[in-house]
Design a protein around this ligand. Structure first.
Ligand SMILES: Cc1cc2nc3c(=O)[nH]c(=O)nc-3n(C[C@H](O)[C@H](O)[C@H](O)COP(=O)(O)O)c2cc1C
Length: 311
């Protein structure tokens, strides 16, 4: 296990509630932290850098003593004009966990390490994992096939094993983790943390529309379509929501459709992963984490039994 000490405080499960565009905000983050899992959000969920700072102050004020740590996702790419200003706020406010997407940059890592923070970077293929490891990140988030958002296509078994062969930092596994049994399975695979997105959309505190939450509850793994047509990068979307927006899932182009700005696309076409099939209700985050804890403990206890032995 290679979990930084600063992130262990207040944890009741090795779980990070993943940052989700237009879905995660202070209510979800605070409930996660107070229940004992790491809550996160993309800084771009606030319209301005000043708004971003206000959210950080609000989260700090509402977290109970002894709560788990929180984190922020920054898109490290020239198309994100807010990167420098938002990063400065993260440094000033000493955000405990920074999650970088698209670019893994040594300067960002050094700035975060400078105040004692931790950097995890998300990757969907081995080449990007190697580049991020070279940039000195503390952890790699392995986005496997079937994940919500910009998913990869590699099987999680293969991804964990191959990355572990050259990276000794924290391994965070992402994709279709919906139950406490799934969390136990990530540990059995050798990952340090489970990174859960879609399951946390279907909570009372997520900012998703109620119809979006219900569509996840109603969906199975085959009700999800993997396509670059919405965002330019392949991502998983609820097939019904593509249809509701007049997009034919049977004849999708290999390029981005003209849907206006990125936020508009994600607001109307709803993303979710194959793990939707294991999600049957919309419940308060505190209840979800309590359920995950029970399922996790049962699964871990079950590993000690060997019912497959003859006699
Ligand atoms: C609606 C939605 C929005 C997302 N937005 C972001 C984002 O802004 N930044 C990011 O790093 N990952 C984003 N992701 C990916 C998640 O952080 C995470 O990797 C993924 O949801 C995990 O897979 P799961 O949904 O199967 O649990 C998003 C995922 C979803 C479903």
């Amino acid at each position: 296990m290679a979990i930084p000490e600063s992130l262990k405080s207040g944890l009741t499960l090795p779980v990070i509630a993943a940052p989700m565009f237009l879905v995660s905000g202070p209510d979800l983050v605070v409930e996660c932290c107070n229940a004992g899992v790491i809550g996160t959000f993309p800084s771009l969920n606030q319209r301005t850098t000043e708004g971003y700072r206000e959210w950080l102050l609000e989260i700090k004020a509402r977290r109970k003593p002894g709560a788990a740590a929180f984190g922020v996702n920054h898109i490290v790419h020239p198309t994100n004009p807010r990167l420098m200003a938002d990063m400065m706020v993260s440094v000033e406010e000493k955000v405990p966990l920074i999650i970088t997407s698209l670019g893994a940059v040594r300067d960002v890592v050094d700035a975060v390490h400078g105040y004692g923070g931790v950097v995890f970077h998300d990757i969907a293929n081995i080449r990007h994992a190697r580049k991020a490891a070279e940039a000195g990140v503390d952890g790699l988030i392995l986005v496997a096939g079937g994940a919500g958002g910009h998913a990869g296509v590699i099987h999680p078994f293969a991804l964990v094993e191959e990355v572990r062969s050259f990276f000794s930092g924290t391994i965070i596994l992402s994709g279709c983790i919906s139950t406490g049994r799934d969390v136990a399975a990530t540990r059995a695979l050798g990952a340090d943390f489970a990174y859960m997105g879609t399951r946390f959309i279907a909570t009372t505190e997520s900012a998703a529309q109620s119809e979006y939450k219900q569509m996840i509850v109603d969906a199975g793994a085959t009700d999800v379509t993997y396509t670059p047509a919405v965002s330019g990068i392949p991502a998983n979307f609820l097939t019904k929501s593509l249809v509701a927006n007049g997009i034919d899932p049977k004849s999708l182009p290999e390029h981005k459709l003209d849907m206006g700005e990125e936020a508009r696309a994600w607001k109307t076409v709803w993303s979710a992963g194959h793990g939707s099939g294991a999600i049957h209700d919309v419940i308060p985050t505190a209840d979800l984490v309590a359920r995950l804890q029970t399922e996790y403990r049962q699964a871990v206890a079950g590993f000690a039994e060997e019912p497959w032995r003859a006699g």
